[in-house]
Design a protein around this ligand. Structure first.
Ligand code: ZN
Length: 388
């Protein structure tokens, strides 16, 4: 039983998922919302006053970090962050980055940023914002026809948005081929020196990306989705953002791994893992909410959304499913799935000193799962979540 007075919480009978493997039959000791220590049961001394939680043989790993997620259930992460965060918390996401759409208008984006600023600190799992755009290439991605950002970058609007974003926005996705993009990148970095850039919804060549110098993206937004390749000499294959990312070893790459391998075919997921390694792939849900029906030939697909024209428009996924899916489509195991769902994303947003893995001093944000990633318990700051 949990004793509210206890200084320590001990999680016993746990298979603790570490960055480099699994500690079977381990004990985790938590104190003040953080990980105090952990080890094999035979080596750990549990303080007499500790509250004890029996994990009953579950895998206990770092809570999921979803850096790219628009909507959950029927709630938007950017207008209704509390409700959306609750939806994802049930599925083990203990750090969420609200993600406005690239096709939202200026006024909608400003409203979203103001809403999120209000919510920061109040919604405990909301850790920041991921801006997918708006300065992407409108020719790539869903809602292409209605994308309001075709005009050249308006300096005044751009500055207003960056100012409102402040330090809350951790990542901006951009298309390097957009005219005037460098002035945006410089200003975003001036306002928030810790900000990172992602390349996505783009057909930029590796040379165009490299030309951004110290502002060049360190992340690829959803690999193999919504990118193009400029044509090269007749009959040969072009190269674009995906190829840049495959070639540059330090670049992280987001992956949408849905149950049927529709966003990215299993063969391509295997290629990505083989090429980038488990240290550079970042699982995202890119979850959205759409009312449009599935196209006839994809009626059976449960975890995807489609736009009114039958195009793919994000997923209905949660991170527990994403982990299960990547284990279905590749030779990835449980510890590797946690790397891609928790550790790597925490590095992309620069919060890996505080969270994203089980290490002494990090936040006791934990998820208990079985070997199919069915979530059994979720813990935030050392407290078990109780869902109504
Ligand atoms: Zn997205």
């Amino acid at each position: 039983m949990k004793n509210m007075q206890a200084q320590y919480t001990a999680i016993t009978n746990a298979n603790i998922v570490l960055e480099n493997g699994i500690l079977w039959d381990g004990v985790l000791l938590l104190e003040g919302g953080k990980i105090h220590s952990f080890g094999a049961a035979r080596d750990m001394e549990i303080p007499a006053e500790a509250a004890v939680i029996n994990a009953k043989g579950a895998y206990v790993g770092p809570g999921f970090v979803d850096i790219h997620v628009h909507e959950g259930g029927k709630y938007t992460t950017y207008y209704e962050p509390a409700e959306a965060a609750e939806h994802f918390l049930r599925h083990g996401t203990t750090s969420l980055f609200a993600t406005p759409y690239y096709s939202m208008t200026f006024d909608e984006i400003m409203r979203a940023l103001r809403t999120l600023r209000e919510a920061m600190g109040k919604v405990k799992t909301l850790k920041g914002v991921y801006m997918e755009g708006p300065y992407t290439n409108p020719d790539y991605g869903a809602n292409s026809a209605t994308n309001p950002w075709r005009a050249p970058i308006d300096e005044k609007q751009m500055r207003a948005m960056v100012d409102e974003a402040g330090e809350m926005v951790k990542v901006w996705t951009i298309a390097p081929e957009r005219e005037g993009i460098l002035s945006f990148l410089k200003y975003a970095k001036e306002v928030n020196p810790a900000v990172r850039f992602a390349v996505g919804h783009s057909e930029a060549t590796p040379m165009q990306i490299r030309a951004l110098g110290k502002y060049r993206p360190t992340v690829l937004t959803h690999a193999f989705d919504a990118t193009g390749r400029l044509p090269v000499y007749g009959g040969t294959r072009g190269y674009g953002p995906d190829e840049y990312c495959l070639k540059e070893p330090e670049v992280y790459t987001e992956l949408i791994s849905d149950s049927c391998g529709i966003h990215v075919h299993p063969e391509m997921q295997q290629l990505l893992l083989h090429n980038k390694g488990v240290d550079r792939v970042v699982l995202i849900t890119d979850s959205t909410y759409q009312d449009s029906p599935n196209p006839e030939n994809l009626k059976h697909v449960k975890d995807l959304n489609f736009d009114p024209w039958g195009g793919i428009s994000g997923s209905k996924m949660t991170m527990d499913q994403a982990c299960r899916n990547i284990m279905t489509h590749t030779n990835c195991g449980i510890a590797q799935a946690f790397l891609m769902a928790s550790t790597n994303p925490s590095k992309v947003v620069g919060l890996d000193e505080e969270l994203g893995s089980i290490a002494v001093g990090k936040a006791a944000d934990l998820v208990f799962v079985d070997d199919r990633f069915n979530v059994q318990e979720v813990m935030v700051g050392g407290e078990l979540c109780h869902f109504s």
